[in-house]
Design a protein around this ligand. Structure first.
Ligand SMILES: Nc1ncnc2c1ncn2[C@@H]1O[C@H](COP(=O)(O)OP(=O)(O)OP(=O)(O)O)[C@@H](O)[C@H]1O
Length: 311
């Protein structure tokens, strides 16, 4: 059973279309990064899955049931973008309060505080917490009741790099235990190794969705090979005539940078190494940020169709 499945979902606020023809699914034990600029529709998507909004068109199922159904909602953990707590309560009191609200056992509270690194601050008032500590308390709140689907809206806001890496590692442990996780963010640096799938939203439309290899295949962006060698010209002639290069650059006497199409990468590496004299070789594949920029800038199929229709 999938954690959720949206099929051709449309949503509009008042008369303003916000999500258009959105199809997206998440399997258990997967981390989906949902990326897009401000206003792309990420929070709206999360609210639909939570059952706080209802699609105008299309189908939506969550954990095999209806979004918003109480029996479904109790298996969902949610960390909202701007997390706010009663400042005069301690972290422990807040978690106990939410445990009662969610009707789950309070015995989980000490363990969750430990999981997010707040054991020592558990009995301090939340108004003395840093932004990052409040964010981690928000995560502990989302984890109450061991949710099968966890949705995190901008979870790394306010976290320093070490706390961010710890958060991602915690998410991976949850994922390995079968939790489906949506990580909604416009912060891409550092997230790449921790997600299984990336969905890229722009102006309410899904531009691309898949794992990194699929996105790279779909984008067909050039791969850059950086070589250190005493015989740059010889290497270039080993390539020329066999492998089409998109660009070549010799930034120094011993360095050569070649761009080839993704599909020619292995043949180019073989030709270069076969020519001999290569002291070092680095392969630069498009990063998640490169792919994001590529897909955000690419016209969507609907826009392209509109354009064709208007021409
Ligand atoms: N309650 C609302 N009433 C009217 N329009 C809204 C409402 N909430 C959001 N919108 C609009 O819907 C669009 C999508 O907003 P949404 O919050 O889903 O985007 P987002 O991708 O989460 O953005 P951000 O990264 O800034 O949080 C935006 O144009 C926003 O202005």
């Amino acid at each position: 059973m999938s954690c959720f499945e949206l099929t051709q979902v449309h949503y509009r606020y008042d008369r303003q279309p916000v999500l258009r023809d959105l199809s997206l699914a998440l399997a258990p034990g997967q981390i989906l990064g949902l990326f897009g600029h401000n206003g792309a529709g990420k929070t709206t998507t999360i609210k639909l899955i939570l059952g706080l909004l209802t699609p105008d068109q299309g189908r939506l199922s969550v954990l095999g049931g209806e979004a918003g159904d109480a029996a479904v909602a109790r298996h969902i953990g949610y960390l909202p973008e701007n997390v706010m707590f009663y400042p005069q309560l301690s972290g422990r009191e807040i978690l106990r309060y939410f445990a009662r609200l969610k009707r789950v056992s309070e015995t989980q509270v000490p363990e969750l505080l430990a999981q997010v690194g707040l054991t020592d601050a558990a009995d301090r008032r939340v108004r003395t917490y840093s932004k990052g500590m409040r964010q981690r308390l928000g995560l502990a709140q989302a984890l109450l009741g061991s949710p099968r689907l966890l949705m995190l809206d901008e979870p790394t806001v306010g976290l320093d790099p070490v706390a961010t890496a710890e958060l991602y590692r915690l998410l991976q442990r949850l994922r390995d235990n079968g939790t489906g996780i949506v990580l909604c963010s416009h912060v891409l640096p550092g997230v790449e190794p921790y997600i299984d799938q990336a969905a890229i939203l722009s102006a309410g439309q899904l531009q691309a969705c898949g794992d990194l290899a699929q996105l790279r295949h779909q984008a067909d962006m050039p791969v850059r090979l950086s070589l250190r060698s005493g015989r740059g010209d010889g290497l270039l002639s080993a390539l020329n005539g066999h492998i089409p290069t998109l660009s070549t650059l010799q930034p120094g006497p011993d360095t050569l940078v070649v761009e080839v199409r993704a599909g020619d990468k292995m043949a180019a590496i073989e030709a270069l190494l076969g020519a001999g004299g290569v002291d070092d070789l680095q392969v630069h594949q498009p990063t998640l940020e490169d792919l994001y920029c590529h897909f955000i800038q690419a016209p969507s199929s609907a826009d392209a169709a509109d354009h064709r229709g208007g021409a």
